[in-house]
Design a protein around this ligand. Structure first.
Ligand code: ATP
Ligand code: ZN
Length: 735
């Protein structure tokens, strides 16, 4: 057998792949790109992905180690997956092995066999017309089940009260046999009919249908409640009819049972789900259902964008502006941007939907790069909510609420409706302070104040999770005169319960809905339609359909108006519009009251009077003036270290390296601008000092070349072992 080495991608940070000798005696043909192997790496045992084989290695033969095992006979990932992973590795300047980890479910990463998540069940082997002589009604009932259905998972049978012994009896009679299989998602009992589309919806469906089978990016800009979901449903229907699969990506919080049910009840095909509420076994099942083509629709959150789909026909991203599509640590990818690359490779359309599109997508639609589809009216008989700015400057407030706002709330409740109060700050109060000496509770690991929580009482840093008991007296001057300042959702919940003693108040934030189940239960309660007040954070804002909410009160719109982040106003406007969009989605019209100290803020007024699109155009003009994204491309180098000087010095070195390279190779027509290093707005977090260096360029290619060159040198810099650093391409958070 002639000598060869296997090229393996391993989940380690190094930007390279590794040569291994094959498992002893293994023939070269046995190694296919996309298979998993086990490898000894330093002191760790890792699962890697084969990229190919080679005749020779740059590593001396006596230094090469043999692979410990080849885990798959057939490749787990197809060449198209590997080439997408390569794209991602290049684009985000991230190790290919790490990138590939995102392609396979946890169980497979740990080395499990592909069939390990299979379920046991029973397959009918006799003709359904057989009339066996069965004793006992239970056995007969069991056989009747199999007459209707060829294969039934054991779990379904036990849930119906059948026993293993009864199944075995049928097996002995040659009627059924035991088989393990990948569970298939259940089909709905009956399929709901499609709605009659209005003109705008019909036009959107037509335009995307026309480009099925080719790559085209489409932006569906549809006001809240305009029936974007119905457009998705009817497009998916067309895709399924063509024998293709559809991928629907939704923000984490948008994946409620109501949403999922709308899709499951519509089609007579299996729908697979992939989200963080599943255990590893369920994730493997969903992944295989999609990859093996059983599931014709896959609904999932960010990471579902990696799932192999052999017959991909359409990708839809709902609420495309949502920040949860960007991963904020490790591989800092954007599922939205990657969805476009994936759609391009598969030559299928990608549909981005939102009432408040990101300025990047809007810019692409306005310049004709994307197909721009609009839904300007609410679907059915629903009308847009009336929006009102209510100045609270120099106004007396009752527990944080202006009098007229309370009156409006009472009126809506009297009509038997629900009211939603939005405050994007959880906890009881954002500050605990001493009235005598001015002390306030700060986190000892962050440049941030501790939030006071009452249920249960403790101080909590929302940045590093550090928690401590609430002091009884001021730690500085020992005065007992310490008090909470400002409002969080807990405090507003207390106030509302006192102000509206007859009405149930339901709080929705990360503290009340810790689990997916709790969230789902709460939604069921809201959907009973009984009058109540909902108070909560942005968890309440995203894409939910609350037919009985007719009044939305926004308490703290001001926080985002003066953010140091250049996307601050964009994000604020999206949030306000999304929350406002929960009002009046059914027959009864909705009202939105926004309490603000800045009732004459020009951009806030533009949003209220002329809508999101008008505001977006005005922000785009500013971005053009300042050459900020989407008019330039951006990357950010971040460093952090317990030693402040070290964190700073690292980025100073980075700047030096970048400048040096640019002087030699930089292109005049695509100048790269460097900004920094500067301390992050919250300079110290979790005990580490943070610095950042922003890199801008009008040409994506020039930006990436520069980063690539710098990265190689940065990885070799000596003396910075204690510094953690990374590159964030197209960063969402620039603070
Ligand atoms: N053509 C139609 N005729 C009647 N009702 C419709 C039609 N299309 C959608 N609807 C109804 O309108 C309501 C709002 O639709 P949907 O939830 O799809 O809006 P959306 O655009 O996704 O809103 P958001 O962006 O706020 O999530 C739903 O109850 C839906 O059943
Ligand atoms: Zn902290």
């Amino acid at each position: 057998m002639s000598f060869y080495v296997v090229d393996v991608a391993l989940p380690v940070p190094l930007l390279r792949t590794f040569d291994y000798l094959p498992v002893e005696g293994d023939a070269r043909e046995n190694y296919q790109p996309g298979q998993r192997v086990r490898a000894d790496f330093g002191r760790q045992l890792l699962t890697g992905i084969v990229l190919g084989t080679r005749d020779s290695s740059e590593v001396p033969t006596n230094k090469l180690k043999p692979l410990l095992a080849r885990l798959d006979d057939a490749p787990l990932l197809a060449p198209r997956d590997l080439s997408l992973a390569r794209w991602m590795s290049d684009y985000y300047h991230h190790s290919l092995g790490d990138v590939l980890e995102h392609w396979i479910p946890t169980m497979l990463r740990r080395g499990a066999g592909l069939n390990e998540a299979d379920e046991s069940g029973w397959q009918r082997i006799a003709s359904p017309n057989t009339e066996p002589a069965l004793k006992g009604s239970k056995q007969l009932a069991l056989w009747q089940q199999f007459q209707r259905q060829e294969y039934i998972a054991h779990r379904f049978l036990t849930a119906q009260g059948f026993s293993l012994a009864q199944c075995r009896k049928l097996a002995e009679l040659g009627l059924i046999e035991e088989q393990t299989r990948l569970p298939v998602p259940a089909l709905p009992e009956s399929v709901r009919p499609a709605l009659q589309l209005n003109d705008e919806q019909a036009s959107a469906v037509k335009k995307v249908s026309d480009v099925l089978g080719q790559f085209k990016a489409c932006l569906l800009e549809g006001v809240t409640g305009s029936g974007k979901t119905e457009v998705y449903l009817q497009l998916i229907d067309k895709v399924i009819q063509q024998g293709k699969q559809a991928l629907l990506l939704v923000p984490e919080i948008g994946l409620t049972p109501q949403t999922v049910r709308r899709f499951q009840e519509r089609f007579n095909v299996p729908v697979a789900l992939l989200h963080s509420g599943l255990n590893d076994r369920e994730r493997l099942q969903g992944w295989r259902q999609a990859r093996e083509g059983q599931a014709r629709i896959l609904i999932g959150t960010r990471s579902a964008v990696f799932t192999p789909l052999p017959d991909l026909g359409l990708i839809i991203l709902d609420e495309e502006h949502d920040g949860s599509f960007k991963q904020q640590d490790g591989l800092r990818y954007s599922a939205r941007d990657f969805a476009l690359v994936r759609a391009h490779q598969a030559q299928v359309p990608v549909l981005l939907g939102s009432a408040t599109p990101s300025l990047e997508s809007l810019h692409n639609a306005l310049t004709g790069k994307y197909l721009h589809l609009k839904l300007t009216r609410r679907a059915g008989n629903a009308r847009p909510p009336g929006m009102k700015l209510h100045s609270i400057l120099h106004q007396p407030l009752v527990h944080g609420f202006a009098e007229p706002v309370l009156t409006a709330m009472q009126q809506h409740l009297n009509r038997g409706k629900q009211v939603l109060v939005f405050l994007n700050r959880r906890g009881f109060a954002p500050l605990l302070a001493c009235k005598q000496c001015g002390w306030n509770a700060e986190c000892r690991r962050c440049d941030a104040r501790m939030t006071l929580h009452q249920y249960p009482p403790h101080l909590h840093c929302h940045h590093c999770d550090y928690q401590q008991p609430v002091p009884k007296v001021c730690p500085e001057c020992h005065s007992p005169d310490i008090e909470p300042i400002g409002q969080g959702t807990e405090r507003i919940e207390d106030h509302l319960s006192a102000l509206f003693p007859q009405t149930p108040v339901k709080r929705v934030d990360r503290d009340t809905v810790r689990t997916k189940q709790a969230f789902d239960d709460l939604f069921e309660e809201i959907h009973t339609g009984d009058p109540c007040i909902l108070v909560g954070t942005q968890m309440l804002a995203k894409g939910h359909h609350f037919p009985d909410v007719t009044l939305v009160v926004i308490l703290d719109s001001d926080a985002g108006l003066f953010s140091a982040d250049f996307r601050g106003m964009e994000h604020s406007a999206q949030l306000i519009k999304q929350v406002a969009g929960r009002a009046g989605r059914a027959e009864s019209p909705g009202d939105v009251w926004i309490q603000t100290l800045y009732a004459d803020h020009p951009q806030l007024n533009l949003l209220i009077d002329d809508g999101y699109h008008a505001l977006a155009l005005s922000i785009l003009r500013e971005r053009l003036d300042q050459q900020l994204p989407p008019y330039s491309h951006m990357a950010m180098l971040r460093s952090e270290c317990e030693d402040r000087a070290m964190a700073q010095r690292f980025l100073e070195q980075a700047r030096y390296i970048l400048q040096h390279w640019l002087k030699q190779y930089g292109q005049k027509d695509a100048p790269v601008t460097l900004l920094g290093p500067v301390p992050a707005i919250m300079e110290r977090r979790n005990g580490r000092y943070r610095f950042q260096l922003q890199v801008f360029c009008s040409e994506r290619k020039a930006l990436h070349q520069t980063l690539d060159a710098a990265l190689k040198q940065l990885q070799e810099l000596k003396g910075f072992n204690k510094v953690r650093w990374h590159i964030d391409v197209d960063p969402l958070d620039t603070l």
